[in-house]
Design a binder for this molecule. Structure first.
Ligand SMILES: [Zn+2]
Length: 53
């Protein structure tokens, strides 16, 4: 199982090691079990619903 992470540049997440990111970015990073869970987390975080693929 591949964990999915949400990288939120708006929160200052550079995509680097988790413990080097701001607390707000760490909160949304995950990891999540699948891409759907990651997407829902991002939607909750940003308030924007991502288009279905
Ligand atoms: Zn954010």
């Amino acid at each position: 199982m591949i964990p999915y992470e949400v990288i939120c540049p708006d929160c200052g997440d550079s995509g680097g090691p988790l413990d080097e990111q701001p607390e707000t970015a760490q909160g949304v990073r995950g990891p999540y079990a699948d891409v759907a869970a990651a997407k829902r987390a991002m939607e909750r975080h940003t308030g924007v619903v991502a288009p279905e693929e």
